[in-house]
Design a protein around this ligand. Sequence first.
Ligand SMILES: [Zn+2]
Length: 87
Amino acid sequence: MTDQSALRDEGSTRAWRELRAEVLEDAGHRCAYCGDPATHVDHRTPRSAGGTDSRRNLAASCARCNLGKGTGSRSRLKRGLRAALRP
Ligand SMILES: [Zn+2]
C-alpha cells in the first residue's frame, strides 16, 4: 500500500489551491463531465497512471463526478481527505 502520493498531492498547499482556483475559474465553475456547478478539480489522468499537476491534466468537476469515478481505494481516500479539508 502506497498512499503517500495521494496524501501529498491532495494536501492544501498554496500552489495547489491557486492552481485549483484557476482551473475552476477557467471552466466557469462548471463540471467538465456533467455541467453541474464544479467545486472540485479532477486529474484527468491520475498521477498513479503518469498524470501531472499541469493545467492540461486538470478538469473542473463536481463532487459527484470527482469522487464517484470508481477508482476503488484511491477515491475512498480522496473522499476522506476532502472531507477533512472542508472548512
Ligand atoms: Zn459532474
